[in-house]
Design a protein around this ligand. Structure first.
Ligand SMILES: NC(=O)c1ccc[n+]([C@@H]2O[C@H](COP(=O)([O-])OP(=O)(O)OC[C@H]3O[C@@H](n4cnc5c(N)ncnc54)[C@H](OP(=O)(O)O)[C@@H]3O)[C@@H](O)[C@H]2O)c1
Length: 332
């Protein structure tokens, strides 16, 4: 099948990663297949999942259908999955990699990421969200086991997620196969300019998660009886500056937010389970219309700071640590 042209970023080894992918966190197994179908029909070729999302098998079924019917060739797809925190030690990597490949029904993934810098103890029959810290986590030996996945042909490229600049640099310096990509929270309210520049200097590409500000995340937390009353929640999708830019360009706020990320050469992986929004999120990124005005959007951050009376507007970076694991741990 002829794919629409999606711009890409290029890894140091020459491999390419499409600048736009479909995020699938909080997309249950019941709905994710339909979302992946809609995305592939639209022209997305990059799908982002993780062992922790619990939806790899459903995604795998849909991908298999496309591959078996000859609608896509494997090399046209870019599939990303992630090692869970409970696998953050050298001897666990191969096991989790194989589990993900089995669920996805693939012989390799295009990019395998260490989901988090923080490791958790792995206990028999325990939840993957078990949050007992593993104080013996060693990033260097863990990375060697990640490199072995490339050697074994299970991952074309390897990378990191939720690692800070110092941690990334340490791995780059010790690596035989350096990380190709760093996936972090990044959106117009949390632009990560220093980190992006730092990664660029190290030849590590960056992927933005929560590029729309993750509007469903507070609802996700409240499902488990938690509220965000002590944390300023701002919505880039309803920001008046973003709305103004959208109106000016005849686009939607989501399109403006995504364009603002990808025009910096940062990959964006907006999640949607809604076929119309999946199409909406794809259009502006592949269009050749005039890009979103940078100065206008840069002001948005100042606006956000003022409104929140704090620079801590990043949802995940605060809350994953503070709340998410506590809640999920209760749930499992
Ligand atoms: N590495 C990590 O630790 C990490 C952490 C978080 C996320 N991620 C990855 O990054 C992806 C994106 O992050 P995210 O899902 O948290 O947040 P997001 O992509 O910023 O926001 C997704 C939310 O926005 C809604 N939405 C999507 N398109 C829209 C549009 N055009 N207009 C209005 N609302 C729209 C979606 O609802 P509908 O589904 O109803 O459209 C969904 O609730 C995840 O799915 C996951 O793959 C990685």
């Amino acid at each position: 099948m002829e794919a629409k042209a999606v711009p890409s970023v290029t890894f140091r080894d020459g491999r390419q990663m499409p600048l736009l992918g479909l995020g699938t966190f909080m997309a249950s197994s019941e709905v994710v297949g339909q979302a992946v179908d809609a995305a592939l029909e639209t022209g997305y070729r990059h799908i982002d999942t993780a062992y922790l999302y619990g939806n790899e098998a459903a995604i795998g079924q849909t991908l298999k259908k496309w591959l078996d019917y000859g609608r896509l060739k494997r090399e046209e797809l870019f599939v990303v999955t992630k090692l869970p925190n409970t696998g953050n030690r050298a001897e666990s990597v191969e096991k989790y990699m194989k589990k993900s490949l089995e669920a996805l029904q693939l012989s390799y993934v295009d990019l395998y990421l260490v989901h988090s810098a923080v490791g958790y103890l792995e206990k028999e029959n325990s939840s993957p969200f078990n949050r007992e810290l593993d104080m013996s986590t060693d990033h260097i030996s863990l990375w060697k086991a990640m490199e072995a996945q490339v050697d074994a042909g299970r991952a074309r490229s390897i990378g990191l997620s939720n690692f800070n600049a110092r941690q990334v640099k340490r791995i780059v310096q010790a690596a035989r196969i350096p990380p190709a990509n760093l996936q972090v929270e990044l959106n117009v309210y949390f632009q990560q300019r220093e980190l992006v520049a730092f990664c660029k200097a190290l030849d590590v590409t960056v992927c933005a998660y929560a590029p729309l500000g993750s509007p469903a995340f507070p609802e996700f937390l409240s499902m488990f009886g938690n509220s965000l009353s002590d944390t300023p929640i701002l919505s880039p999708l309803s920001d008046p500056v973003v709305a103004g830019v959208a109106e000016k360009h005849g686009r939607t706020p989501a399109q403006v937010l995504l364009r603002h990320v990808v025009q910096r050469g940062v990959v964006a992986i907006p999640k949607s389970s809604n076929p119309e929004r999946i199409r909406e999120n794809f259009q502006y990124v592949t269009s050749s219309r005039v890009p979103v005005q940078r100065p206008l959007l840069s002001r948005t951050m100042a606006y956000a700071r003022k409104k929140a009376r704090s620079s801590s507007v990043q949802l995940y970076s605060l809350l994953i640590i503070k709340q998410l694991y506590t809640i999920i741990n209760k749930f499992y």
